[in-house]
Design a protein around this ligand. Structure first.
Ligand SMILES: NC(=O)C1=CN([C@@H]2O[C@H](COP(=O)(O)OP(=O)(O)OC[C@H]3O[C@@H](n4cnc5c(N)ncnc54)[C@H](OP(=O)(O)O)[C@@H]3O)[C@@H](O)[C@H]2O)C=CC1
Ligand SMILES: O=C([O-])CC(=O)C(=O)O
Length: 271
């Protein structure tokens, strides 16, 4: 049975644990790790059938087959190279870290060298399947427009650096327009989806991103427009935010669960 270790025991990590605990994912939840030990212990205690151990990062990666990174972009830089060198496959949620070309090339190189897989779930967007397919013939443009309630953008470095008073906004306001590469640095916990779109499509410098704060919203909305040799498509998802972490949409956790099920399933549906 596939042994899974989870690094980052917040909303997404917690949802994955519950999916393994309920038997929806047929794998062994072997170990948990979080910068807050008590958070990992509380999560482990809340489970009914699984009894994961708390482990430090080094011990965890030497004990499992698959590491789930559901922590932060900094965690990706520090943990994923070590995990690949130890022969673990890794599912990455904080995909924005891969905007760093050197890190990206290192991770892709290590995965090949150590015969491991790197998985990037579709996350909080719909349409990664279409971008993957369209890429085979050529894509000319990709744009992502993300609209979130102010609570879903609080604390982002861009907001802090520009002194944007999100709580005082009275109407829809464009906060940011730029490349995916700039967007994931400006909003590291809000638009990791821009990185996944970039990896599937035309890269971090050609994927364009707009981030809008809208006080009238209660959902996180992501719209993707793609044009290429195949024609064009537009997707729009209106996500319920997680009650625990309003920056993160429920669909992102479901996507991680679905990716784990796909890894384990001999039948593969969709691109
Ligand atoms: N790919 C996608 O589509 C999406 C990706 N995400 C990203 O996925 C990640 C997880 O999201 P979510 O579960 O909502 O986040 P949460 O904030 O709910 O949970 C993350 C947990 O990981 C811990 N953590 C952070 N850094 C480290 C580290 N270096 N080592 C160990 N633990 C660490 C945090 O601790 P502390 O609170 O102390 O920092 C926190 O307990 C985030 O980076 C988020 O931005 C989210 C939504 C969509
Ligand atoms: O969950 C979402 O809506 C998107 C998100 O936070 C991210 O991509 O980092």
């Amino acid at each position: 049975m596939l042994k899974i270790g989870i690094i980052g025991c917040g909303f997404i990590g917690g949802q994955i644990c519950r999916a393994i605990d309920s038997g929806e994912i047929d794998a062994e939840l072997y170990a948990l790790c979080d910068s807050s030990e008590s958070k990992a212990f509380d999560l482990a205690k809340s489970l009914k059938t699984c009894k994961p151990a708390y482990m430090k990062i080094e011990e965890l990666i030497s004990s499992v087959d698959l590491v789930v990174e559901s922590a932060s972009q900094n965690a990706v830089r520090f943990i994923v190279p070590q995990a690949l060198k130890a022969g673990c496959s890794v599912m990455v949620l904080s995909v924005g870290a891969l905007a760093d070309k050197e890190l990206r090339e290192t991770l892709f190189g290590l995965a090949k060298e150590h015969n491991c897989k790197l998985y990037f779930p579709s996350g909080a967007v719909v349409g990664i399947d279409g971008i993957n397919s369209a890429h085979a013939a050529g894509i000319s443009s990709v744009t992502l427009t993300t609209r979130k309630p102010p609570s879903g953008l609080m604390g982002a470095p861009y907001v802090v650096e520009h002194g944007i008073e999100l709580e005082k906004l009275e109407k829809e306001t464009i906060l940011f327009e730029g490349t995916a590469s700039e967007a994931v640095k400006a909003f590291p916990a809000n638009v990791n989806v821009a990185a996944t779109i970039s990896l599937a499509g035309i890269g971090f410098e050609r994927t364009m991103v707009r981030v809008i704060a809208d006080p009238s919203l209660s959902r996180n909305i992501h719209e993707i427009n793609v044009q290429g040799e195949f024609g064009k498509f537009c997707t729009k998802v209106e996500n319920l935010p997680s009650p625990e972490n309003p920056k993160t949409s429920y669909l992102a956790a479901l996507s991680a669960i679905s990716t784990l099920k796909k890894i384990l399933n001999p039948v593969q549906i969709g691109t």
